[in-house]
Design a protein around this ligand. Structure first.
Ligand code: 5AD
Ligand code: SF4
Length: 469
């Protein structure tokens, strides 16, 4: 199979997958084959893996955590930073021995990395024992590729450059029954100069509001209490739709779904945060007080080179407006250190911004050069040791701020959604506040899946301890 350009997926294409799912399920009916999926990267990938699991489950496969037991092994990959790519190749190398021992297993690699031509070439050349290679735009076609691979000795490769429409109705096996991810927009139009995502995930495509609403209503019927709306930039939701609907309108619509108690969303691009959204967050009882607002850098010079389309001052204005209207709101961010040309003064601007915003948490990254992006060709790439030293300073600062912010919670009463048993302490349960903070507290397991009021008794940078009221 060759590379296809942009593809319009027809109803027949989708029907075909459903038929193949039934055929494979029939082949598997007297066996108990197992599947194992390893996921790299962001929540979008985690959710894509839930779709792969859904299809596999409908085909009669059972999930296993033990790769040695699996009949189908899938690696769902990420290419945002080089480090993740290296790890995937390491894992695929390790599997050569397993594949020699059990030649009948199917080994598939999919996700963002596969949208890079050089990566697919490398797999063809160095990892010929891989059975299936597919990308982000044709995930729905996995049953057909699996069937083809079961009848073939060569690597099946199918990568699309983009797809024109969204495929609805892919079966989803969600990892848990309480909180669900819901895609609302795919792709990205922003082309931040360091980022590979627009090249591998294609242009923005919003799901129709009625499709999202139907999904959320059925999640509520199944007993889910919390949804997180997903998109590379949820704030541009609706821009590509013919009907006039934006992200805030969608929140109003979903807030009315009975049974759903909490609504979260990620990720928000600061250039697209509207006052309307801030007022929606203030108004809507189910929308949680948490905004993930990646800033990337505090230096206007670097923000410009990153093509972020806002300044430090504008970003701080948004934060002020948010805190004025939603005072309890937790704010988290993503920050890159060591972008090409970042000087000590630029970095100090970032530290200054972090001190002024006082983030609840920050995900901090060392700039990773991605071939094909404009920043990869920029001069004055920052030396590795400088990047590491800046990262450490940033993490130390943020940890002290997270600790301070959490300690302000001491003695307060918070509502948590109880998610399960605490991994560290077996007689404790773990829940999350509306601000997305983790709280451990002593209680009976019957409380799992319910809401509880907890008094905070002790705080650390990432977690809090509490007492059930
Ligand atoms: N290097 C380092 N971090 C990156 N991110 C995106 N591209 C790169 C890169 N080339 C980070 C950004 C983004 C997060 C998901 O990953 O901070 O918000
Ligand atoms: Fe990448 Fe920027 Fe798009 Fe986020 S908004 S996915 S950082 S290009």
């Amino acid at each position: 199979m060759g590379t296809r350009k942009e593809v319009l997926v027809s109803k027949e294409d989708i029907k075909k997958q459903k038929e193949i799912i039934c055929r494979i399920a029939d082949l598997n009916k007297d066996r108990c084959p197992k599947f194992y999926i390893e996921t790299y990267g962001c929540q979008m990938n985690v959710h894509d893996s839930e779709k792969l699991a859904g299809m596999l489950s409908d085909m009669g496969y059972i999930n296993t955590d033990n790769i040695e037991d699996a009949d189908v092994i899938l690696f769902n990959t990420c290419c945002v930073r080089e480090h993740a790519e290296i790890r995937v190749f390491g894992r695929v190398s390790q599997l050569k021995e397993l594949k020699l021992r059990r030649p009948n297993i199917t080994l598939g690699i999919c996700g963002c990395m596969m949208q890079e031509k050089e990566i697919v070439e490398k797999i063809k050349k160095n990892y010929p024992y891989v059975d299936i290679v597919f990308g982000t735009h044709n995930l729905f076609k996995f049953p057909e590729l699996l069937l083809e691979s079961l009848n073939s000795d060569t690597t099946i490769i199918d990568i699309w450059d983009d797809n024109k429409n969204i495929v609805e109705d892919i079966p989803i096996q969600r990892a848990e029954g309480l909180k669900a991810w819901v895609n609302i927009i795919y792709g990205c139009n922003n082309f931040c100069t360091y980022c590979i995502v627009p090249y591998v995930r294609g242009r923005e495509k919003s799901r129709k509001p009625e499709d999202i609403l139907d999904e959320v209503k059925s999640l509520a019927k199944e007993g889910f209490k919390e949804i997180t709306l997903l998109g590379q930039n949820v704030n541009s939701y609706g821009n590509d739709l013919s009907e006039k609907v934006d992200f805030a309108d969608l929140l109003y619509m979903l807030n009315d779904v009975d049974g759903i108690k909490r609504i979260r969303f990620m990720t928000s691009h600061p250039k697209d945060i509207s006052d309307k959204l801030i007022y929606a967050m203030k108004d809507l009882d189910k929308v949680c007080e948490h905004l993930h607002l990646p800033v990337q850098s505090g230096s206007n010079r670097i923000l410009k080179k990153m093509n972020r389309k806002y300044t430090k001052e504008r970003y701080l204005e948004i934060v002020d407006k948010l805190r004025e209207n939603v005072p309890e709101c937790a704010i988290t961010t993503d920050i890159i250190v060591g972008f090409p040309g970042e000087t000590e003064e630029d970095f100090e601007e970032t530290l200054d911004l972090v001190k002024r915003v006082r983030y609840d948490a920050a995900y901090t990254f060392i700039y990773s050069k991605r071939t094909g992006t404009p920043a990869a060709k920029m001069e004055n790439q920052v030396e590795e040791n400088v990047k590491h030293e800046r990262l450490e300073r940033l993490i130390n600062l943020q940890n002290s701020i997270s600790l301070e912010r959490n300690s302000e919670m001491n003695g307060k009463i918070v509502e948590v959604l109880v998610e399960g048993k605490s991994k560290r302490d077996s007689d404790k349960l773990t829940g999350r506040t509306r601000t997305n903070k983790i709280v451990h507290f002593k209680a009976k397991p019957e409380l799992i899946g319910k809401f509880a009021d907890v008094k905070i008794t002790d705080t650390k940078a990432w977690t809090m301890q509490g007492e059930l009221l």
